[in-house]
Design a binder for this molecule. Structure first.
Ligand code: OVV
Length: 400
């Protein structure tokens, strides 16, 4: 089959799922932004936007930019997804609206604030442990350990087999990419992991009073089916671990490599939230999501045909000099809340308040217990089709 390329739009040979890109995306993001408000990526035959204004507008225009064809590279209107679609992430109104409301309610500000005492206990415990060790791996011993303790507890998942959550997260986030080696390697653990997840999503597996049980409460009110509740719990377990793991890992990375920023946080722990927010802008743990056009859509001077996939580069938008002064400067006093790391519009992260609570509590505990924070060796990145991930972050701390 021969394809024609679109005319009147920059056509780029950049591969956002390739090794070069994933090892150092910043210059690629600059090229993508500078090429124009919308570009075409030849290799995957998808459209792409990397400037803040256009990404922001697309995320808010869910009528033109659908999520129902999936938010990864696979177009569910043409190809089979690797798992049944998420009712939240991979859906449009009106179906999305109904389940989003239930999820939002289960994660109300009151419910989330109720998590604080236990989140604080766990943070104290973990932080005193790593401070006593003096040298440790920030990825496994803090950035993974903390969300893996507190988030499944909050959902109501039992203590056994939690390592499956990381394996499943690898499937989910690499599964948004093309069927490259990363995709295949992530999927390799296969049915045992997926079956474990499915088991945790059942009503009988979930502790009463947790976020998971909150989904089944909606079944008892007659609002959704038992199977739908299970899929909503699956969304919590899919989206709730790796995202916060790498957001926290990158916050530690930034603070350990910028002593002035660490000193500012240590001297004023109320900067914990702004430090996390600036890391989200700067690092964007979720680098990109896609949408699909429901009709011909005009972006600037370009008309994207109907039924086309469009990459929204959240990470590039968050470093767009058209939006931010000196965007490559990491500054926890910047007080940015406008970033797109949690998305925008009807699909904006439903768990954002939990992520922020986890980060605030962990960073506050660090600020209180740690005097100096520095690298004890070179950080090692971890390739992922969608996440900006770290494999290792050797840290050295001295107690306060
Ligand atoms: C935001 C996000 C990421 C991954 C999975 C899901 C959501 C889901 O709903 O399954």
């Amino acid at each position: 089959m021969t394809y024609s390329l679109p005319t009147d739009v920059p056509v780029l040979d950049i591969d956002p799922f390739g090794e070069d890109f994933q090892r150092g995306p910043d210059l690629f993001y600059e090229r993508l932004r500078d090429a124009g408000p919308v570009v075409f990526l030849e290799r995957y035959r998808v459209w792409a936007m990397a400037r803040f204004a256009e990404v922001h507008a697309a995320l808010r225009d869910h009528e033109s930019f659908s999520s129902a064809a999936g938010v990864g590279l696979t177009n569910f209107w043409k190809e089979e997804p690797w798992r049944p679609p998420s009712l939240l992430l991979e859906a449009d109104p009106p179906e999305h609206t109904r389940v989003r409301r239930i999820t939002t309610r289960a994660m109300s500000p009151r419910a989330i604030e109720g998590l604080r005492p236990e989140f604080e206990r766990q943070a104290e415990d973990l932080v005193t442990t790593v401070v006593a060790r003096a040298e440790f791996d920030g990825v496994t011993e803090l950035a993974q350990a903390y969300p893996l303790r507190v988030f499944p507890d909050a959902v109501g998942v039992g203590p056994h087999g939690r390592e499956n959550l990381l394996l499943y997260g690898d499937m989910v986030f690499n599964g948004f990419g093309p069927r490259n080696q990363l995709f295949e390697e992530a999927m390799a653990p296969g049915a045992p992991v997926r079956d474990w997840i499915a088991e945790q999503c059942r009503r009988a597996s979930l502790a009463p009073g947790g976020l998971g049980a909150g989904m089944y409460a909606a079944v008892d009110r007659g609002e959704i089916t038992e199977d739908e509740a299970g899929l909503l719990v699956r969304s919590l377990l899919s989206a709730g671990i790796d995202t916060t793991v790498h957001a926290i890992a990158w916050t530690l990375h930034m603070l350990a490599t910028q002593p002035g920023q660490w000193a500012a946080l240590r001297d004023d722990p109320t900067l914990a939230r702004p430090a996390f927010e600036e890391t989200l802008r700067y690092a964007s743990p979720v680098q990109l999501f896609l949408r699909a056009t429901t009709r011909e859509v005009r972006v600037a001077d370009t008309v994207i045909p109907a039924g086309e996939k469009v990459v929204c580069f959240l990470a590039a938008a968050n470093r767009d000099p058209r939006e931010y002064d000196d965007p490559d400067r990491f500054d926890i006093r910047r007080r940015t809340v406008s970033h797109l790391a949690f998305g925008s519009g009807i699909h904006a992260c439903v768990g954002a308040a939990i992520a922020r609570l986890e980060a605030e509590i962990l960073l506050t505990a660090l600020a209180r217990h740690v005097r100096t924070l520095e690298l004890a060796g070179p950080p090692r990145p971890r390739r992922n089709n969608v996440l900006k991930a770290l494999a290792r972050l050797p840290l050295r701390v001295r107690a306060a």
